[in-house]
Design a protein around this ligand. Sequence first.
Ligand code: SF4
Ligand code: SF4
Length: 56
Amino acid sequence: MAYIISDECISCGACAAECPVGAISEGDGKYVIDADACVECGACAGVCPVSAPAAE
Ligand code: SF4
Ligand code: SF4
């Protein structure tokens, strides 16, 4: 199961810079994860200041 970003996201962009497969991009009001690209490494959750990314 891929990680998903909740509405808590403040669009800081920290997670996108850390994702090893480039699965995270800026969306409408928050960042979003491409579920097909995510390898579930957890790096995004580790750097997020508001704990928005979580395993589905
Ligand atoms: Fe990218 Fe890893 Fe987060 Fe998936 S869990 S979106 S691969 S940083
Ligand atoms: Fe949103 Fe957290 Fe990613 Fe920043 S690190 S863009 S708050 S999900």
